[in-house]
Design a protein. Sequence first.
Length: 282
Amino acid sequence: MLLITDETTLRKYLPNAFTSVEGEESLYAKLTPWLAMAELWLQQKILGTPTLTAIAAEEDSVANNLSRKIVVDTAFRSAIPSLDLVLTPNGFGIVSNQNVVPASRERIERLIKELDDSRDNDLEALLAILPEREDWHDSAPRRFWGATLFPNIEVCREVEQSKDDVRSRYDHYFRLRSRIISIEEQMAEEFLSHELLGHLRHLLSTAPMQLSSAENRVIKQVRNEIVSVLNGFPPCRPHLVSIVNFIRNSPDEFPLWHSSSTAMLFTPPIFENKKQSSGFWF
């Protein structure tokens, strides 16, 4: 492991845990399997190997602190169901003594929800700064997150969940992602063009600061339309047409769109009268 390597580092990101007494297995030792799995998840799904290695060496940087906290929250959340159980010859038992009373099921569920929220808040912040890192640009996670105009789980704050849906924002994002991509591709086919969509997606995940004000305006309007559809409303064609009209009137800002086959859908050929034609209009 690279991020959480000892008890001291672990406890920095895990408050309200009792200090281990002499002869007792340390909290770090107890959580090591879950910490290793959490770091592997962060590497495979979010950072990629080069970025993880670089961030681990950046002591106390924003990215380092966020990554460590994400690993600890993920590991602790995964370990909770096992931490208060022991296996005896007669089956599982609850850890307890005269001084510490086991937490209720409701408190455990609330703790798990709080860990999910904490992890997702830090994940949002981490994904927001990763485009600034060149070591992230060629990674598989960057290509995954850059495959849509929503390269962050923050979109889940805008899309309603049913009351009985207790999934975290991260899990909710994965449920929405395929729908988002499908909607974007359909909008590209009929309005935006695949060329412009690909350009905007790439810049959002590699160089968002290079987006022009016109590009940001289009992205905002397209996102609003997609969120509306995700929330159950039908596509608003007049809104999409207004986006296209803005693009049409800004040829210098959107050269990819103007040279695309999609642009031809909004530029019908002009009929020219010729006397030699078999028929012509006066």
